[in-house]
Design a protein around this ligand. Structure first.
Ligand SMILES: [Zn+2]
Ligand SMILES: [Zn+2]
Length: 171
């Protein structure tokens, strides 16, 4: 009977540990994603403010801040025991342990955020629809001359234009 109880306690503790581990991973992932969003939104905000444009990625800030807050809460929950242990002066190599599991997730999230930003700066070939790098003048797929749209007046321009020929907007 006593033995049975011990086993049960052990499973519960194990379950608890797994939950905590999940909390750590979710918390740190949220923190990283939140940070990525905040940075993305902030950079876009600054970039557009300096050119008097409407910041298009402002939603990144709106999404990022609660994500950071929530991530912080979840992380604190997951690390509560470790924090208590740390206070007791026991060194725990948790950062490394969690770090190894987290890194791929963080890398892929950061990558997704980056490609979302870069994706907006891609220029679509008017002939074949291939996405080309923003600074390309000709399509890498079919060689067609690429066009861009003036962000100020909407005029369609050659991609190598430095200024809009209709409104003079600096591109
Ligand atoms: Zn093309
Ligand atoms: Zn223009």
């Amino acid at each position: 009977m006593e033995n049975n109880n011990n086993v049960k306690e052990k499973t519960n503790a194990e379950k608890h540990e797994r939950t905590k581990k999940k909390l750590k991973i979710i918390g740190i992932t949220l923190l990283a994603a939140g940070a990525a969003f905040v940075i993305t939104g902030f950079v876009d905000f600054i970039k557009n403010i300096s050119t008097f444009n409407q910041p298009q990625l402002f939603w990144c800030l709106i999404v990022g801040f609660p994500m950071l807050g929530f991530g912080g809460m979840v992380t604190a929950m997951g690390f509560r025991k470790e924090i208590a242990r740390y206070v007791k002066n026991e060194s725990v190599p948790i950062i490394n342990e969690v770090g190894e599991e987290i890194t791929p997730a963080v890398t892929s999230i950061a990558g997704a955020a980056m490609s979302a930003v870069k994706g907006e700066e891609k220029i679509k070939c008017p002939e074949c629809g291939t996405e080309n790098a923003n600074d390309s003048n000709f399509c890498q797929e079919c060689g067609a001359k690429l066009k861009k749209v003036c962000p100020s007046c909407g005029e369609v321009l050659d991609n190598e234009s430095k200024f809009c020929d209709k409104c003079g907007y600096k591109l």
